[in-house]
Design a protein around this ligand. Structure first.
Ligand code: ATP
Ligand code: MG
Length: 870
């Protein structure tokens, strides 16, 4: 069965069981402080499990792009070495939000595997949670009983807390799980060792394919468990592993998900897969990593130096490194795999197709730049090796190479071993640990449990319509971190505060109680769909009604910038073309920033056209047309621009100004006239194929014009109130150039004269042309003169001195021939004569300089110089 059909059959099956089939959410998570990448199928549905939102259908199924390279799930180091862990993989999942539970989840999983896919029952094992006394959680007897109905009891294995108890995080929903494992070894091998004993033992052909999680508890901050009011099902099946089973192969990399990419790598590198272990590892690494990187870029996450972007950069660099070391590829080639990947997966993930060109460009650029780093690193490493005494290279030095220059440590170790040297790994690890401790200490944070003031409170956001409201605090908690100290997070029953999201900053403002006490709201953010207000302290009268007031000025300015961002997006597509896609934005009160795909620098005319386009729409006084409850599909059909970062939801909000229409949750001006004016401040490249525009609107433009205007008058003042300051400055520049030219000629003439005079003053002593003299020149003038005279003689000894700004300078020149014959050294000369001018210096044997603070010593230094040639 082809992988495409396998995926489709899964979705069809659960559709027949009344599930809504939804598209994969973006893999890169925006606006969730607790997660960088979706690492399991349930992540996009967290808010449903936490009860913060209600799904339209309480049964959902999908295939979700997952990435396991950081945080709780990190499989990166396994990838390439084993045959069944990937960085990016698809997780097929079915969910019940308070609807069906263990019985159906188990029965359906079994039906799908054995009846729809036709998996042989004899290769399947299942696990059940054995219970844990410490935690006081009983064995999952319920699941055991359901399994017993369909599978022989000796194929049901007991699993411990590590394997069979799932938790969302340190706090929150959790519960026992049942895993389904396959044994795809040959009959011969099976006869030797029983499959049962290999489950959960990291055997490459006895692997877990599906995990059924039964969420029935909630873990509190103090570690205790309570029963969840509504119980949920969360299942995840590894798509690539399922393909391995159904395509009857022994490795995920032998399925049609990977073979086309591997064939392409073979062609490009002229290596064969399956002949040599190291080459095979490298090919697996690269075929895996190119998928992770391509999907991330398609999701809008470019490689960068921080956060999620840095994780992506590291994945790509790992691939480059394996290609460099084991496939001998010293030039970019991974980008060339994007073509086959997008052909193969583009149907299920259209973003790979539409963004192909960008993905290729970005990967190529990253590859090239990392290959340069590797080159430099090799040079630095050679330097380190040369300085190394004994056979062990210092861990500290290796760490510096790794930390400062991004040179991979395993490559360092490999190169050293090829040179017969050892790496002080302990020393390296100690440095690494120190660095980790430093960054952990900086990010350490503790979060208290919520204190609930109003039970079962719903939260309403009214900030599109109001900037003030009477509110009640429904819950609060304290969060302590090194960075911010103690902070309080407050949740209200209703709020006019906009939470940071869609690039727009969170609102600031204050709460005021009836006694007149005020608590400032410093920021507003969203976590799992709950709007959280940040304050430095708690109000005294927590249970009272407060007046919540948003800082209106900041909000207005932010809104002007947000609407301008939409108009800018439209303008760029109009002026540059439809290939322009938004790649990120930041909407602040003071400015806006917009990142987009485009391949060359914008010309002055294009920038002016873009500005004019936006300003024409501001002048056009276009009213805001807002629609808060549009089904997503309908909005897209109506031509709304869907941005990355959006995931499946029941309804979306559309924002229209004239012909600009976008899906957007942010706040906007009521009419484009409120923006007053739009001005681009800068345009630059932030990555290959990605440009950034920074712009300002409204008050900031007024400030900008005010400042430039003031500067203009100051300049005019300096120009004696010239009528035409532009012309006056141009004249000044011309005049200045003319004067520079004159000075140059004069200096040249002077030098010529000096040279002639000096030649006459030289004396010949012991076959050496000698001159010691004070000159009226600066250091570089003396140097030029030394070298010019030097080119005319091969037996020259010069000592020049000068006084500059109260300091003394010495320059000594000795012909190379003399250096060799008479064992003279200019460096030594200036060092020794330097003491007369109370200074020091050095240089090369044929030319050296010294500086000192005692010009009175010049005379003596000059006199003493003759000693060297006598
Ligand atoms: P394993 O122990 O094999 O790493 P897991 O316990 O981490 O698996 P879950 O978190 O339960 O796996 O994820 C559900 C399913 O997703 C697994 O049964 C497996 O089929 C698949 N899966 C998990 N991690 C990976 C990965 N890195 N690459 C490919 N598939 C994976
Ligand atoms: Mg795992």
């Amino acid at each position: 069965m082809k992988s495409q059909d396998i995926r489709q059959k899964f979705l069809d099956f659960f559709e027949s069981k009344k599930h809504s089939i939804v598209p994969s959410a973006p893999m890169v998570v925006k606006n969730d402080p607790t997660l960088m990448f979706v690492n399991s199928g349930m992540a996009p549905f967290k808010e449903y499990f936490l009860g913060n939102a209600q799904p339209k259908n309480n049964r959902i199924a999908d295939t979700q792009k997952c990435l396991r390279v950081s945080g709780k799930h990190n499989d990166l180091e396994e990838v390439g070495y084993d045959t069944y862990h990937h960085t990016l993989f698809e997780m097929l999942g079915n969910w019940s939000f308070g609807d069906y539970f263990k019985k159906e989840a188990i029965a359906w999983a079994w039906e799908l595997l054995t009846e729809v896919y036709g998996v042989n029952k004899d290769i399947l094992y299942v696990t059940v949670f054995e219970g844990n006394d410490e935690d006081g959680i009983p064995m999952d007897q319920e699941a055991y009983n359901f399994w017993k109905e369909i599978i022989p009891e000796d194929r049901i294995l007991m699993g411990n807390k590590k394997d069979n108890f799932w938790e969302m995080g340190e706090q929150g929903p959790c519960g026992p799980c049942s895993e389904i494992h396959v044994d795809i070894r040959t009959d011969e091998e099976k006869a030797k060792v029983e499959g049962k004993s290999l489950v959960n033992m990291d055997h490459p052909q006895v692997v877990e394919i599906w995990n059924l999680v039964f969420m029935q508890y909630n873990r509190k901050a103090n570690g205790s468990l309570e029963n969840l009011p509504a119980k949920h099902i969360d299942t995840g099946m590894g798509f690539e592993r399922l393909c391995m089973v159904l395509q009857d192969v022994k490795s995920n990399y032998d399925t049609d998900v990977f073979t086309p990419i591997i064939r392409e790598i073979e062609t490009i590198t002229d290596k064969n897969y399956g002949k040599n272990n190291e080459v095979d590892i490298a090919i697996r690494v690269i075929s895996d990593h190119v998928r992770a990187v391509a999907f991330s870029i398609a999701d809008g996450q470019l490689p960068s130096n921080t956060g999620a972007g840095y994780v992506i950069r590291r994945i790509l660099r790992r691939a480059v490194r394996y290609g460099f070391t084991f496939l001998n590829k010293k030039e970019p080639f991974i980008y060339r795999l994007v073509d086959v990947l997008s052909k193969k997966m583009g149907k299920a993930f259209p973003e790979l197709k539409s963004q192909k060109q960008l993905i290729e460009n970005v990967i190529k650029e990253e590859e090239a730049s990392f290959l340069r780093t590797l080159d430099q690193g090799l040079v630095l490493l050679n330097g380190i090796v040369e300085q190394t005494k004994g056979d062990t290279v210092s861990g500290e030095k290796a760490f510096e190479l790794y930390d400062t220059y991004g040179f991979p440590i395993d490559l360092t170790a490999l190169i050293l071993s090829e040179k017969g040297l050892k790496l002080d790994e302990e020393g390296f690890n100690a440095e690494l640990q120190k660095q980790k401790n430093r960054s952990r200490a900086a990010s350490e944070m503790s979060t208290d449990d919520w204190t609930i003031l109003v039970d079962d409170a719903e939260q309403e956001f009214i900030g599109y319509d109001a900037l003030e409201a009477n509110v009640k605090i429904t819950r609060y908690r304290k969060v302590t971190s090194k960075k911010d100290g103690d902070m309080y997070q407050l949740v209200f029953n209703l709020t006019p505060f906009y939470a940071e999201g869609g690039g727009q900053v969170g609102d600031k403002g204050y709460l005021k109680d009836t006694h007149g006490d005020v608590v400032y709201i410093l920021d507003t953010k969203k976590e799992n769909n709950v709007i959280i207000h940040f304050a430095k302290n708690l109000p005294d009268h927590l249970t009272e009604t407060f007046k919540a007031v948003v800082d209106a000025k900041q909000r207005q300015r932010t809104e002007a910038n947000h609407t301008a961002t939409h108009l800018l997006h439209q303008a760029l597509r109009e002026v540059l073309g439809d290939h322009v896609e938004q790649k990120g934005s930041a909407v602040h009160s003071k400015y806006l920033r917009f990142d987009f795909s485009h391949f060359s620098k914008l010309t002055t005319e294009q920038l002016r056209d873009v500005e004019n386009f936006v300003n024409a729409r501001i002048d056009g006084k276009l009213p805001l047309e807002e629609n808060r409850n549009v089904p997503m599909e309908q909005a897209i059909a109506n031509g709304a621009m869907a941005l990355f970062g959006e995931k499946y939801g029941d309804t979306v909000r559309t924002i229209r100004f004239g012909q600009s229409m976008e899906l957007c949750g942010g706040t906007h001006v009521k009419n484009t006239a409120d923006i007053w004016h739009f001005k681009i401040r800068s345009e630059s490249a932030i990555a290959s194929g990605i440009r950034r525009i920074e712009a300002i609107t409204s008050d900031a433009v007024k400030d900008f014009y005010f400042d430039t205007n003031r500067a203009y008058f100051e300049i005019r003042d300096l120009l004696n109130n010239a009528k035409d300051p532009v012309k006056a400055v141009a004249d000044l520049k011309d005049e200045n150039n003319e004067l520079k030219k004159q000075i140059e000629t004069l200096l040249k003439d002077k030098a010529k004269n000096i040279k002639g005079d000096l030649k006459n003053e030289m004396t010949e002593i012991n076959g050496i042309q000698f001159l010691a003299k004070q000159l009226d020149l600066d250091a570089s003038g003396m140097k030029d003169l030394c070298f010019e005279l030097g080119s005319e003689y091969n037996n020259l000894f010069l000592l020049f001195a000068a006084e500059n700004d109260g300091k003394a300078l010495l320059s000594c020149y000795i012909s190379k021939e003399l250096v060799a014959e008479k064992n003279l050294n200019a460096g030594q000369v200036v060092r020794e004569l330097g003491k007369y001018i109370q200074g020091g210096g050095g240089g090369q044997p044929f030319f050296a300089t010294a500086g000192g603070k005692n010009p009175d010593g010049i005379k003596e230094a000059l006199e003493k110089s003759e000693n060297y040639i006598e």
